[in-house]
Design a protein around this ligand. Sequence first.
Ligand code: APR
Length: 242
Amino acid sequence: MGERDVAAVKTWVRDARRIVLLTGAGMSAESGVPTFRDAQSGLWTNFRPEELATEDAFRARPRFVWDWYAARRVGMATVQPNAGHRAVAAFQQRHPGRLTVVTQNVDGLHQRAGSAGVLALHGNIAEDKWLDRPRACCTAENVQDGHPPRCAACGNLRRPAVVWFGELLPAAALVEAEEAASGSDLVLVVGTSGRVYPAAGLARATRGRVVVVNPEPTALDDVADVVLAGTSAMLLPRLLED
Ligand code: APR
């Protein structure tokens, strides 16, 4: 990564009217949140996320999958936004309406750093929802604690409010993200392997420039005008400073 590339991207940021920041797990790595495709730890060493993060897996082994999410929740609750998240929020405050955050992360760190209007395409790990369509008895008062909690009357299970493999993304957020990407002059693709669609496709939807920020090669490097091989907490404060 050359200083000349960093300088070029800084001028693109300065000149862009509409910027989209598309982020993935690497954005939170320097906060201490393990990325998705890093080695799994502990009890889950032998499972790939793709095998746990599905409706079928949850129905087959609700306690096991619930506990996997519970462990990740505990890990995420104790971490803090890093310099990258803070630089993004500060840029948005200085330049209202110029930068839209579109994230695949479910950790809420962009929001906690102060970013407004975050499009969280894969949901929020801190929230639950009903597994099956709620019946009249499925109310907050009827939630019975457990792994997972369930409706005391009908047994309907609570599940994490994240998007599992094979599920549709929240439609409104996806439409907004697509509009933001296609109307942007610059898409910054930060901390994502670029392998999971439709999120990765947003980087291909712009007619503007594309910049990848990642210490490793990604599946989106082919669409990038510039690839900056570095970390988000190191590079975003530089790229987004005035
Ligand atoms: N700064 C920037 N990028 C980093 C950093 C860092 N400090 N550390 C790691 N990375 C990069 C890795 O090189 C990798 O390319 O972050 C990327 C993380 O990739 P994944 O683990 O595949 O995460 P992500 O792209 O967000 O996965 C997409 O897949 O499992 C599903 O729904 C889940 O939202 C997730 C989606």
